[in-house]
Design a protein around this ligand. Sequence first.
Ligand code: APR
Length: 249
Amino acid sequence: MNDSDLNRLLKVASQARSVAVLTGAGMSRESGIPTFRGADGLWKDFRPEELASPEAFQKDPALVWEWYEWRRQIVLKAEPHEGHRVVAAMEQRFPEFLLITQNVDGLHPRAGNEKLIEIHGSINRARCTKCGSRFDLGNRMLSDLPLKCDCGALARPDVVWFGESYDSQLLSASLDFLASADMVWVIGSSGMVSVPVYLAAQAREAGAFLVDLNPEEAEFSRYCDLKIRSTAGAALPSFWNALTGGRTE
Ligand code: APR
């Protein structure tokens, strides 16, 4: 980031009251969690419709569960990085704050964020396909797959799959917040999923200052006021040091 961009960013951030952060898979890349698209992305080896869709689950629930359990084990061993900690510190600093994440890995809450919407659900939770009850999956590796609910019916990962709708309450809570946000960060999302692009566009429309943090140009970029072509793990800590003089809260 050049000096003039950094100065603009610091000016907006020091005056902002209401800040939102939208994160995608790139946010977790430096914690060792593969993204979906890109050179080493998960969708290089798997076809989304074969593993992350209601049809795939109907056809082969054990295969879908095994794939989620493999990913969950990677997530459980991973740790939030410095960039996650900055997003948690933002929640403490700005009077109004909301994190909207597409990530199901739970690294943001582990870093300390509480004001967050996990818009794609959580890989650490299951939901019964019949009675709808939700339960945490804990830390142990699951062996008896596909998982069953106590009521005897099949359980599924509590995530949003291709072809499924978003939870309307979570979506409207996100839109409500974005309608009055001063500053919105979009971090590590390719924008290939249209709802996050829509959220960013709405925030821009409502007058927020949009920051695009991604090593590559993304679908969001055209809506953004400032582009940071760097990684979450590098750019967030240097921004935070410049803003706070090194304090994390
Ligand atoms: N820091 C910031 N951004 C990064 C980093 C990094 N260290 N590394 C990669 N990126 C960027 C990539 O340039 C890319 O634009 O992260 C983005 C990752 O894109 P996707 O893998 O498409 O992730 P995402 O946009 O979150 O995907 C959306 O697709 O399959 C579904 O439900 C799944 O939530 C996921 C959704």
